[in-house]
Design a protein around this ligand. Sequence first.
Ligand code: AHM
Ligand code: MG
Length: 335
Amino acid sequence: MNRIVTLDEFIIRRQKDFPYASGELTGLLRDIGVAAKIVNREVNKAGLVNVLGMADRQNESGDLVQKLDLYANEKLIECLQNSGECCGIASEENEDFMPIPPVTGKSSKYVVVFDPLDGSSNIDVNVSVGTIFGIYRRKSSEDGPCMMEDFLQKGTDLVAAGYVLYGTSTLLVYTAGNGVNAFTLDPSIGEFCLSHRDIQIPARGAYYAVNQGYYLKFDVEMRRYIDHCSEMNLSLRYIGSMVSDIHRILFQGGIFLYPQTRKYPQGKLRVVYECNPLSFVVEQAGGKAIDGNLQRILDMKPQKLHQRSTITIGSPDMVDEMKEFVQRYTSVSTD
Ligand code: AHM
Ligand code: MG
């Protein structure tokens, strides 16, 4: 039988791969793992306790916030704040970033961005949700509090990123720029255990994921591409939780699209909290991610914390094909 490798053991071993690592990044990943276990416990019993339903407010981006989102947000903030392994955090649920004062007098060089509970419309109906996170090295001086510039970095500057999927089992998937590994929570011992080493996304797959209900609101070239997916006999799978949809594609191949619509002319998904961390994971697994202008997502410099973007992400050959398809169709229709 293979020996069990826990998340803690794995990240400590990997720390040795970075000659100047001080242990802060290792500590941060562990904090995120702890918060994920706490959130997982609440997600699992959400039907039993009074955490279901809408809280009385809307989040910064105007969406309805559900109570479990607030809980997950609080737990992540608590875990990251108490350890002092980062100097600031920015959450999709908060309007502004939060500087974190040094805990033991020593200031940290990292900031963390996260979407505490992605796909929250799924909570009430017992369908998968997830947590998305990204870690950047700060740009501002370590002598003072973190600044906005620390959070508005390109995705190419990410030091680590990942997600937790609260599904039929709970998985933590992360990359520190050296491949992608997945850890499955073993509830009997309360540990995330290495379950999938060096994940490689298939070059193409049998699925496309898009909110087909918005079909008539998409631009004509996007409608043509979606027709093409259907003509190719691809199966449509759309969970409405980006983490879950991307997770399927990471393992089985396929393409996920969230194009512009009339309601979301810039796209719906947030660059800092959703697009960048998931694009980093997918690229590290050999996939690709581009925006509606066919530019690489990770090269985009966000101008504000809650900036949204269009996105096409997934298997490399399928993203390339979609790009060529849109380029060809656009040039034909403007000729
Ligand atoms: P959330 O962070 O408020 O949950 O919103 C993000 C979610 C994604 O997980 C998902 O892909 C998308 O919104 C679904 O949006 P839509 O219902 O418009 O298709
Ligand atoms: Mg989200």
